[in-house]
Design a protein around this ligand. Sequence first.
Ligand SMILES: NC(=O)c1ccc[n+]([C@@H]2O[C@H](COP(=O)([O-])OP(=O)(O)OC[C@H]3O[C@@H](n4cnc5c(N)ncnc54)[C@H](O)[C@@H]3O)[C@@H](O)[C@H]2O)c1
Length: 328
Amino acid sequence: MVKVVVCGAAGGIGQPLSLLLKQSELITHLALYDVVNAPGVAADLSHINTRSTVTGHGKEAMNEALQGAHTVVIPAGVPRKPGMTRDDLFKINAGIIRDLSEGIARNCPTAFILVISNPVNSTVPIVAEVLKQHGAFDPRRVFGISTLDVVRSSRFVYELDSSIDPKSTRVTVIGGHSGVTIVPVLSKIPGQKFTKDQLDLLTHRIQYGGDEVVKAKDGAGSATLSMAYAGARFTLAILEATVAGKTGLVESTYVNLHADEEGTAAFRARTHLEYFAQDVEFGREGVSKILPLPELSAYEQALLDAAVPELKVNINKGTAFITDASKI
Ligand SMILES: NC(=O)c1ccc[n+]([C@@H]2O[C@H](COP(=O)([O-])OP(=O)(O)OC[C@H]3O[C@@H](n4cnc5c(N)ncnc54)[C@H](O)[C@@H]3O)[C@@H](O)[C@H]2O)c1
């Protein structure tokens, strides 16, 4: 039995993400939880002729939805509106993530938790702190999905050089998942030499790609379809490793660095960061290894230097939301 729960399943991301997950043979039970319309989305998806059972769970049925889950994917919350930064979302989404994490700690404390809700730099620490309070935190099992940055990187590089295959060209993206904290490591793409102008253009588009979508949707939300694609890619990689036992799978993802104490000790001592996005190799228990940082160009090192202080603020904000709620 492999039960995957999508929290926020009736939303702009949740619906197409659930559609993509319904196609996986690795999932036996797809449980859709949302405060609105989950039974409707579930009934619709349940007619698709793959093996998994689909169930819908409304507002009052969070515990039932989460009970015994193998993996919980969370795109629940509010998306960004024009003029809003990811950080502006914090107050609303932080509370939603806290409540869902409480539900996970009670109903499926060993589940893999994949967080999409923004600001990811802060929502992942919130999940961790709630689980710690319940004695259920395993850093190998909690992930911030930053895959959209990776997907955008390959696509935007392809727009400059159509000789690469955008699907198989995986760009490492380190740091965090908002604005300046997103650090694409473009220097490691085989065969690529970008000019300074091209680097500036690519970096800006990757760091602020979300804004292009928010603006084009003109008040109707943020990235949903490309995010669902990225979210499904990440979720399926986790399932391939944890259910099917596939080895050698690597994705850039935002994790708690204690998931690999030994591998990250020097980096933690140098930066005093507890969370960071980096290439992670998956295994049966989730994180099997956090890969060493690639050698950065001077351009990328400058981006990382700018990212670290911002990342610290975001992490502290998420942590303090749980550990010191009176100060928020
Ligand atoms: N990680 C990323 O790269 C990335 C990219 C795009 C958007 N996002 C984030 O994903 C989130 C969802 O975006 P969206 O466009 O799907 O928004 P949306 O408003 O279309 O959908 C959110 C869904 O969450 C549901 N919801 C709200 N509170 C809930 C709760 N307590 N329990 C369960 N469900 C709840 C809503 O009813 C809604 O159906 C936002 O925080 C957005 O910023 C992340």
